[in-house]
Design a protein. Structure first.
Length: 275
């Protein structure tokens, strides 16, 4: 596992966006062989999406030959609801870049057969050749996508009831009314994410520091699903200083030292040191 520590969330977002852009550029994707991205919603990737939009508008990167699969979606709210993840992705990224609409894949939380929808999603990922790079964020309890504590580390895309902690955390998007937050979701599984050729997780803020500590320093544990990243051959976390609060001093210094040649986000776009 790699742990890249940046001074703040702004630099974290820039590092991640530049890394993703460089990976896409080096892949030289075509319509027949696109670059396949897994993408999250929530507050963690917003800065990264803003940076990707800036890179596109600067002419540095194109998304015409990029295919995306989103991590999750609520069950039971309309596709055009202000808080649906369809709306989130089109508002915060897709409407501002040149991605082809047919290349965007988001789970349908209103599908007549939820389980068939989940299996079809897994099948479509496989048909696309698998995911090249899965970007993710985590919750304060270390959950990845909607794989909350106790989720199987071998889980696949499925319907999932949301626990109270998640509903309370997400109530900020629903007028701070937990009763407005949907009770269930569709989500990729931990196993689905770990099948990607590369997994990159954004962790920011003091409230994520305990989750980061469990993900980096503790053992693999289904109560902290981020810890599954330890088993991935190309797993990477990019975090800000605030998120390192719970790490041991030795752990912090270790990663700062071994990653000292990779700390400047501006170097990434022209670097051959991409993993």
């Amino acid at each position: 596992m790699r742990l890249i520590i940046q001074a703040n969330h702004e630099l974290t977002s820039k590092w991640v966006a530049n890394y993703m852009a460089r990976k896409i550029i080096l892949a030289r994707p075509t319509k027949e062989k696109p670059f396949v991205l897994g993408l999250p919603t929530g507050s963690s990737p917003l800065g990264t999406y803003a940076e990707l939009i800036r890179l596109y508008k600067s002419g540095i990167i194109s998304f015409q030959n990029v295919v995306t699969f989103n991590m999750d979606e609520y069950v039971g709210i309309p596709k055009d609801h202000p808080q649906s993840y369809h709306t989130f992705m089109w508002s915060n990224l897709f409407s501002h870049i040149d991605i082809r609409e047919e290349n965007v894949n988001i789970l349908n939380g209103n599908a007549p057969d939820i389980k068939a929808e989940c299996q079809a999603y897994e099948d479509k990922i496989k048909a696309a050749g698998g995911i090249d790079l899965f970007l993710g964020g985590i919750g304060p309890d270390g959950h990845l996508a909607f794989n909350e504590p106790g989720s199987s580390l071998a889980s696949r895309t499925r319907d999932k009831e949301l626990n109270l902690d998640t509903k309370i955390a997400n109530s900020r998007f629903f007028d701070n009314d937990v009763d407005q937050v949907p009770s269930s979701s569709l989500t990729v599984g931990v196993g689905t994410v770990m099948d990607a050729r590369e997994v990159l997780i954004i962790v920011n803020g003091f409230n994520k520091s305990r989750a980061l500590q469990h993900g980096v320093e503790e053992g693999v544990n289904h109560m902290w699903t981020i810890s599954a990243l330890q088993l991935h051959p190309r797993g990477m976390i990019v975090c800000d200083e605030a998120a390192t609060y719970e790490l041991k001093v030795g752990t912090y210094k270790h990663f700062k030292d071994i990653e000292k040649n990779h700390l400047d986000p501006d170097q990434l776009l022209n670097s051959d040191l991409i993993w």
